[in-house]
Design a protein around this ligand. Structure first.
Ligand SMILES: Nc1ncnc2c1ncn2[C@@H]1O[C@H](COP(=O)(O)OP(=O)(O)O)[C@@H](O)[C@H]1O
Ligand SMILES: [Mg+2]
Length: 383
């Protein structure tokens, strides 16, 4: 079993998503009980009804699993008034957050879509998988984390409009085709280049997750930029429950790059969920099939990483055309071969993401806030 010091060090990866600092630094780790087989951790919350308990349970279990401890109990108590006062002084905040400002607690599944390299169809698959999940009756959000090469707004026919701000000062995602959507593209002049440095990027992603009122979602799909180091790290910290879906083409070269992305995801403790192969051949109207980008890369990657291959999406012209026209193909054409493969992959995703275990579901539901959109558009304070 690890020592108390090792456990404390591991718990530094557990972030309070509202205060945005780790629980060790915040003095919120009340107790660590090390048994023969298991470790029990007590976390002190700012209020009794704090809706962030789910987040802490997942994050603490994950931190300890990294130390090889599989049996983990997570208990909660509440900071005493003196402790709260001390924490307030330390943070220089007149009131401590009570969990209500962390909308992420209402998101069941977070899926990062990544590939390591650009142009393999990550964004196309993100919007179409999202639309296919919505068609299966799921509440779905799409976060465009490709801050350098954002393309989600165009693919969903959005862009001219700015996201409104709620009465609670939260940014409201735009809606398109039944999806809630957020992108840096909503905040910058069309097609202008955005230069991001590390801390600013971290801050922007933070805002997209913390200051956007996503509401209750079954799935939040995150379109990652290629070469995902910084972004994945930030996301993994804020969203310990996030999982990683790898996109590759059938080429050995693309598959190698995707494997590096997978290694990186594992390094920042994001669980891998599965592989989708895109651009898997082209079939002519006459029925002749060409393996334009080679063959077998997706299966090979899935085998190597011991992951399910959730789909092989062929090249079809309508998939590109509809993306250019701002409409997910899966909602337009049921017969297209790519649309069918994506729908099947979406059903695979649902099967691979079972509902949370009963313990986590037993927590009280959050009240649903009625947001009144303000007439003016939102702006990102970090700019
Ligand atoms: N299976 C496919 N069939 C036809 N065109 C595709 C397919 N997948 C992607 N595309 C097209 O390829 C281009 C790159 O895809 P995109 O999703 O932007 O890649 P990424 O996000 O990985 O950079 C886009 O123009 C898109 O419409
Ligand atoms: Mg893209």
């Amino acid at each position: 079993m690890p020592t108390r010091e090792e456990i404390l060090q591991a718990l530094e990866s557990v972030i309070d998503p509202e205060i945005r600092r780790n629980v060790v630094e915040l003095g919120m780790v009340r107790e660590i009980a090390i048994g023969d087989e298991r470790v029990d951790v007590t976390i002190s919350l700012t209020t009794n009804g704090c809706p962030l308990r789910n987040h802490f349970v997942v994050a603490v279990r994950k931190a300890l699993r990294e130390l090889g401890v599989d049996e983990v109990g997570v208990e909660f108590d509440v900071l005493s008034p003196e402790e709260k006062a001390a924490l307030q002084r330390k943070l220089g905040q007149p009131v401590l957050p009570d969990g209500s400002g962390a909308p992420l607690t209402q998101i069941q599944n977070v899926i990062c879509v990544g590939s390591g390299k650009g142009g393999v169809g990550k964004s196309t698959l993100t919007v179409n998988l999202a639309a296919a999940l919505a068609a299966e009756g799921k509440a779905v959000g799409v976060l465009d984390a490709d801050v350098w090469g954002y393309s989600i707004p165009r693919m969903l026919g959005l862009g001219a409009e700015r996201p409104p701000v709620s009465a609670e000062r939260k940014i409201l995602p735009l809606e398109a085709h039944g999806l809630k959507v957020m992108s840096i593209g909503f905040f910058v002049a069309e097609d202008s280049a955005v230069v991001w440095r590390g801390p600013m990027l971290h801050k922007a992603l933070n805002q997209f997750l913390q200051d956007v009122d996503w509401g209750a979602l079954d799935y939040l799909l995150i379109d990652l930029p290629p070469g995902t180091g910084d972004v994945s790290m930030t996301l993994a910290q804020l969203l310990p429950q996030a999982r990683f879906l790898l996109v590759t083409t059938p080429q050995p070269a693309a598959q190698k790059v995707a494997r590096r992305a997978a290694e990186m995801a594992t390094k920042v403790e994001l669980d891998l969920l599965g592989v989708v192969e895109n651009m898997s051949g082209f079939t002519t109207p006459g029925g002749e099939r060409f393996a334009i980008f080679g063959e077998g890369g997706g299966q090979q990657l899935a085998d190597e990483l011991d992951l399910p291959l959730l789909g092989k999406v062929p090249l079809t012209m309508p998939l590109r055309e509809q993306a250019d026209a701002g409409r997910p193909l899966v909602l337009e054409d049921q017969d297209d071969a790519a649309a069918q493969a994506i729908r099947q992959a979406a059903r695979g995703l649902i099967a691979a993401t079972p509902e949370l275990p009963p313990l986590l579901q037993a927590l009280p539901e959050l009240p649903v806030t009625q947001n009144v959109p303000a007439p003016t558009g939102a702006s990102l304070p970090m700019a």
